[in-house]
Design a protein around this ligand. Structure first.
Ligand code: NAP
Length: 745
């Protein structure tokens, strides 16, 4: 037996369920099966149901004298139809003890609370309305299912008069039968349920009724395919129950029917006039919202590669390499492309878009603000820009997953919108510091609230007039610079940002590609609010971090060469390549036409160069920041002792990629000296072993580079993030001769 503390203010030993139908019977049976209480007593106006309940073992006993049973019960559950609740409450009131908890399972709450106030005058502190979000198309005690509430939500709507201890005790009992307990206010409950349950049921009933009236209805039903069957399943629910719900939740249901009717009206007009953009807009938004909902339900991420989370890779040095690898698109540029294409006028076609968690979170946020976005499909995305003044208020807070770039950049955009927004993310993102971006945005006139610890959620007040500022970044941050430049698109006057160290300038370049009035020079970057941004075609340059990983793999190989096409060569990002070249990697760089305002090049990397130790710091280090873990690995396979200094700024990064890489190297026996500001790596012959990428992209890339440096096989666990960033990398690498393969768990 599950024991409840005998010290509890409201110990529940005997439960009386009134209304032994599907829900009442299921709750009674669930309590009995799990031995949650000492006795479960059933009462129903139908004696046959009572008898059946007893025979089926749903209850321990049937109430012969309801008044007496009410006086004995610790908890009374009203499980009758909603329209009968008032009558039953009035019947039990005279016999209730002070300590007896009273709850219900009705699908609507306002009507119950109104009735209870009328009956009790002052509501007892033990009265806690409830509603399990679980059910079936069957009714009656025969349909009772002891597992009906397992992993389903149960909403409690305690009132101001309710004793929190009473709510807690009832919540524990629902949890004991497997339910996930939530709390909501009564009116909110009825609004939410009207939208998510009542309206869909009404539509299903109405569709079947409409089609059933048609003369050819038999044929329609005979040929009806899965879509009709799926959509109308709930029209088989109990008509009386739904009649009662419509009467009980009249106002909220009417509001939802009106919203829906105007939505169908828009769809009808678009079909009538052949308005493809509106049609596609409605369908793509709905599809992405449905996919988003499925992900929330299944607790999966934005990218469809979650199945790879547990995949390990086995890699080792190869003798011969030859061919070409198509690297994934650059993440930073992909995110900026989606934002600016959404704010432009006209249609922007993007190719080479990186479909990872961060860029998909950005894309979803813009869809939530009414931007029609087709794709991504194999890196292709079509964005129907809404113009600088075309974003719509999102239906709720915008979820940005893990992406600090999305949160900071969008903060700049949203600070200037006429509507309020809230940005939130996963646990890791909530820990990230947002004051760095919020403070200068406030100086421009934005109104933004952040948490006490300086992080998400960000609550941004709309309708603020922004003014341009002159701002010197206190510490280098491309994200803060970008947020301010984006806010500058709506600010009066000019916005000028000065930075102590040049940070990546993808935003400036892309703003220029969309026709913004932006200039970069000695005196910093300046933007003036443009009249409009103009849609364009964008090919996202391929990610230079992956090029560095390939460079290390090739360096470890015996002979041959590897070709990489259209690699981003933004001068603020080429530090790693320069370091590898200094170490002796032979790379031929053939410039190609700019893409998305960015320089790109085809790289030919020659195998067979034995890397030499290197010293890296200062400006070069800041241009190789993201690839530093890879450079530490390169140093591990190089001849001699390499030194990396000026690292203290990086050590405070949330994930400490340097610390993680040091651990990886030490796991394989590499001699690494480490202080706050410096890492010293002594190159060696690396034999092989086993390391953990811990689901991190940066650690995964470093671990794979390490694997390619080993003379014996190296097993790399938890490579999910790595593979979801470039799902076909392993197959491509195998084709050019690299020794790597997947091992699924
Ligand atoms: P059900 O299977 O029809 O059971 C209701 C039972 O209550 C029937 O046996 C009914 O008897 C009895 N009853 C009616 N008036 C009574 C009264 N005055 N005194 C004693 N018993 C009475 O219905 P249900 O599906 O379990 O629904 C019960 C409650 O749960 C409703 O308030 C509903 O809104 C809520 N709910 C239902 C679902 C669902 O999917 N079904 C989901 C969540 C919540 P008769 O058959 O003689 O009327």
């Amino acid at each position: 037996m599950l024991s409840y503390s005998s010290l509890s203010k409201y110990p529940i030993k005997r439960v009386l369920v009134i209304g032994l139908g599907l829900i009442g019977g299921s709750f009674a049976k669930a309590l009995k099966t799990r031995s949650c209480v000492e006795e479960v007593v059933g009462a129903d106006r139908n004696p046959d149901e009572c008898r059946l309940g007893l025979d089926l073992g749903v209850v321990d006993r049937v109430a012969e004298d309801l008044a007496a049973e009410v006086g004995l019960a610790d908890l009374i559950v009203l499980a009758v139809p909603v329209k009968a609740m008032e009558k039953v409450l009035a019947e039990i009131k005279p016999h209730l003890r002070l300590q007896t908890l009273v709850t219900d399972v009705g699908s609507t709450k306002t009507n119950l609370v109104t009735a209870a106030r009328a009956i009790f005058g002052r509501l007892p502190p033990t009265f806690i309305p409830g509603h399990p979000i679980a059910g079936a198309e069957k009714s009656g005690v025969r349909a009772s299912d002891a597992d009906l509430f397992e992993r389903h939500k149960l909403i409690l709507t305690p009132l101001p008069e309710t004793d929190p201890d009473a709510t807690l005790e009832l919540a524990r009992l629902w949890q004991a039968v497997g339910a996930e307990v939530l709390q909501m206010e009564v009116e909110r409950h009825d609004e939410v349920l009207a939208a998510t349950s009542h309206l869909p049921h009404l539509l299903a009933f109405s569709l079947v009724d409409t089609l059933a009236r048609e003369e050819e209805n038999l044929d329609i039903f005979r040929y009806a395919a899965g879509g009709f069957r799926d959509f109308t399943r709930i029209a088989a629910s109990d008509p009386t129950m739904w009649h009662d719900i419509c009467i009980a939740n009249r106002e909220a249901i009417l509001a939802q029917i009106d919203r829906y009717t105007s939505g169908v009206g828009r769809l009808r007009a678009a079909v009538d006039s052949g308005d493809s953009e509106t049609l596609l807009g409605i369908f793509t938004r709905a599809k992405s919202a449905r996919d988003h909902f499925t992900r929330l339900i299944n607790k999966t991420g934005y990218s469809s590669n979650d199945h790879m989370a547990g995949v390990s890779l086995r890699a080792q040095r190869t003798n011969e390499i030859d061919g070409q690898i198509n690297l994934p698109g650059d993440k930073s540029i992909s995110q900026r492309a989606i934002i600016l294409a959404s704010l432009a006028e006209g249609v922007t076609d993007i190719t080479g878009f990186l479909e990872n968690e961060d860029s998909l979170a950005t894309l979803q946020a813009l869809r939530d603000m009414g931007v029609v976005i087709e794709g991504p499909h194999q890196g292709q995305v079509r964005v129907y820009g809404v113009g600088l003044n075309g974003l719509q208020p999102p239906p709720g807070p915008l979820y940005l997953g893990h992406s600090a770039t999305a949160m900071r950049l969008l903060a700049g955009v949203l600070a200037a919108q006429p509507f309020d927004t809230e940005l939130f993310g996963d646990e890791a993102l909530s820990q990230r510091n947002m004051t760095r971006v919020v403070d200068p945005l406030r100086a421009m006139g934005a109104q933004i609230e952040i948490s006490d610890t300086g992080g998400a959620p960000l609550r941004i007040k709309g309708g603020q007039a922004l003014q341009g500022i002159e701002y010197t970044l206190p510490m280098p941050s491309a994200q803060v610079k970008s947020a301010l430049l984006l806010a500058g698109l709506w600010a009066s006057g000019e916005t000028r940002i000065r930075e102590p160290v040049l940070t990546r300038d993808h935003t400036e370049r892309m703003l220029a590609a969309f026709g913004a009035d932006v200039e970069a020079g000695e005196q910093g970057v300046v933007i003036k609010a443009p009249r409009a941004l103009t849609a364009t075609r964008l090919a996202i340059p391929r990610d230079i971090s992956w090029a560095a990983l390939c460079g290390i793999a090739v360096a470890g190989s015996g002979q041959g060469q590897l070709e990489l096409d259209a690699v981003g060569m933004n001068p603020t990002r080429t530090g790693a390549l320069e370091v590898l070249q200094r170490m002796g990697l032979q790379v031929e760089v053939n410039a190609q036409p700019d893409q998305a305002g960015e320089p790109v090049a085809q790289l030919n990397i020659q195998a067979g160069s034995r890397l030499q130790a290197v010293q890296v710091g200062g400006e070069l280090l800041s241009r190789a920041m993201d690839e530093l873990p890879l450079l530490l690995v390169a140093a591990a396979q190089a001849e001699g002792v390499s030194r990396f200094n000026g690292l203290s700024r990086l050590r405070h990064k949330e994930e400490d990629p340097v610390g993680r890489t040091v651990e990886l190297l030490r796991t394989l026996g590499i001699n690494v000296g480490e202080s706050e500001d410096e890492v010293v790596v002594t190159g060696a012959c690396i034999s092989g072993g086993q390391v953990d990428a811990a689901g991190s992209l940066r650690a995964g890339m470093a671990a794979l580079a390490l694997g390619f440096s080993c003379s014996e096989p190296c097993l790399i666990d938890r490579c999910g993030s790595l593979l979801s960033a470039c799902p076909d990398f392993v197959e491509q690498a195998q084709r050019v001769g690299l020794k790597v393969h997947k091992e699924e768990d």
